[in-house]
Design a protein around this ligand. Structure first.
Ligand code: ADP
Length: 302
């Protein structure tokens, strides 16, 4: 089972081109869709989840035409939206059972087994009789995953799931997703580079509705090796450096500005070579610095 997105475009009534000729092939496993706010991630997720129509393009999930045959997709799709509301006065057990009925699991015994298995899988079995209003952000997200997993979906879509989670909850949540990625297509949209570098075997970087880079995080990082340089720069010197070089990002270290520069050779004596990471890839892709020989090879044939 593979998700194939071909030449997908969407322009909203206000003139915003949210998706501009997007093509991606997404195999079984954890796939990261990385981009800044406003890049078009949610638009793509909602379109894949059959909640809105594209203007042009096609989407196939295995043999299913996602745009035309919405019912077939919905039977095999789990979707965890960015904003996930719960009924605060209801227990986790009761609400999951309710959603299971809505999903069509009408046989009581079968439903009891499915609900128990899911609550155990997301590690909420011990708290199943607590009201959702008392759950932490991470517990709510894991409950959302249990809902999304009802009916054993082959495609799971998770939109910005780690925003607002504390570090321990985030790790627990990402581990849960990683286990799911072993047999389903799990598409994770995020603006957090670490979510992708820690978890995803493949990824795409999207900005202004266009795919800037598609491939494996590890090979994208490897392709930048020997081309990222670092120097401490005075704040006054930064504008000149930005004019003359491809500055990927600046960070503060002990109150001083450290600039990462993308260049084929050492930009100056004050620069030292650094081991690139996915953040460098991200900023290079966003800045359009990956065109030409430094760009990682495209990973899949269209
Ligand atoms: P992301 O999820 O990456 O933050 P979105 O898909 O939410 O991006 O938004 C992409 C662009 O489309 C943004 O410029 C956003 O303001 C715009 N947009 C999103 N939804 C709508 C809508 N319903 N009507 C008009 N513009 C929208």
């Amino acid at each position: 089972m593979e998700l194939q997105i071909r030449r997908l475009s969407k322009r909203y009534a206000n003139g915003v081109q949210a998706l501009d000729d997007v093509s991606l092939t997404i195999p079984v496993g954890m796939y990261g869709l990385l981009g800044p706010n406003g890049a078009g991630k949610s638009t793509l997720m909602r379109t894949l989840a059959t909640l809105q129509e594209p203007d042009a393009g096609s989407i196939a999930l295995g043999g299913i035409d996602v745009v035309r045959d919405k019912d077939a997709v919905r039977r095999t799709l789990g979707y965890l939206p960015q904003e996930f509301g719960v009924y605060p006065r209801v227990t986790a057990l009761a609400l999951l059972d309710h959603f299971a009925v809505l999903k069509g699991i009408v046989h009581a015994g079968e439903r009891r087994d499915a609900v128990e298995a899911l609550l155990r899988q997301v590690n909420l079995w011990e708290v199943r009789r607590q009201k959702l209003g008392g759950f932490s952000g991470g517990m709510r997200q894991r409950f959302g995953v249990a809902v999304a997993l009802l009916g054993d979906p082959r495609l799971l879509i998770v939109d910005e799931p780690t925003a607002g989670l504390d570090p321990a909850e985030r790790v627990r949540f990402l581990n849960l997703l990683a286990a799911l990625g072993e047999r389903s297509v799990v598409l994770l949209s995020t603006h957090i580079v670490e979510d992708v570098s820690e978890l995803c075997t493949r990824m795409a970087i999207i900005a202004k509705g266009r795919i800037r880079l598609e491939g494996e995080p590890l090979s994208a990082v490897a392709a930048l090796r020997g081309r990222v340089w670092r120097a401490v720069v005075g704040r006054d010197a930064l504008p000149a450096l930005e004019r003359s070089h491809a500055v990927l990002a600046t960070t503060l270290l002990g109150g001083r500005t450290v600039a990462h520069v993308h260049a084929a050779s050492r930009p100056g004596p004050e620069f030292e070579s650094v081991e690139p990471d996915l953040k460098d890839v991200y900023f290079a892709a966003m800045g359009g610095h990956l065109d030409g020989e430094a760009a990682p090879a495209p990973a899949t044939a269209a």
